[in-house]
Write a protein that binds this ligand. Sequence first.
Ligand code: SF4
Ligand code: SF4
Length: 343
Amino acid sequence: MINKRLFEHYGIDTTKDLGMKQRCPRPFDTVLIDKMGSCYACECQSWLPQSIGNLQVKELQDILGSPTHRLLQSSIEDGSFRYCNNKRCPHLMHGVGWEEGRSFQLRLAIDDSCNLRCPSCRKSMIFHKEGSAYNLGIKLADKINDWLWEYKHPIQVHMGSDGDPFASHVYRHFMRQTPRTDNITYSILTNGLMFKDFHNHVPKVIENLKELGVSIDGASKETYEKLRLGGRWEKILEGLECMAEQKQKHGFRFILHFVVQKGNYHEMEDIIQLGKDYGADRVWLNKIEDWQVMDNWGEQDIFNELHPLNKDFINKFEKVIPMLDHEGKSPMVQAPLLYKKSS
Ligand code: SF4
Ligand code: SF4
């Protein structure tokens, strides 16, 4: 039932007992589906890497509540968190609390196609318009939609943690076919470049959108076009304007995500201002992570005290600190991971 090799691969000790007092809600309220159809009871498969079933061979209603799903849930209920990756999960690493009381969340990671090739994410362009990856993505999208048509409880469907939902032909297909029912809301993370051109094609999703996140790692043309390879500054500004208009119309939460790294840490204040200019509800400042894509990670890791730019980063971040509370949060700016590192 439990894939021991997988846990060894991630360096997870499954005999541990973290003695947690608070229950993590994720194995009870979240399922992530990856591009092979494997389902996970957490927001990220590297945090809790055991699959609870595969959508290629089983139905979602049978995967939810499967013996493996129950086993993972019981490891949370007994406080041991023995299957969780406490070297990767930010909640366990940094004590970041869990958002409680959410509706059930279905996180789709069924197509990694994107119109960009950001150096922190991939070495070359990934785009599936035909072939086996595309066909499997469509098959999974159809199965998920069939299940959604029957599902009657409140649920939020999230798209876009693996590629771009407006560029991907698999997600476009999913969004065109997905049901328009009162119990379903959507959240999307996008690079924003195709929003203006495509949002009119998926009114069901836009009308029921609860949250729109835009990953934008630059607040100037020079930085943006260097870090978002293939993106154009003028086009993202047009996209932001269109998103601000749609937010006024449909009332979704509009959030900018800025992954702080060597090439942009000098623009932290500017991205907050950009968020204000375009009516964003929130700006997230996150730390860049090593996804083993970059050859020069040590050079990028300005959060390391030994990095020559670490002091300069701390000086720049101190200008952001007055906007935050003691946990690195405020309604407009969220930077809990950076805050802990700098204080
Ligand atoms: S890895 Fe973290 S978020 Fe996932 S179930 Fe464990 S504690 Fe919760
Ligand atoms: S926009 Fe997002 S998914 Fe696309 S390449 Fe950049 S980081 Fe990856």
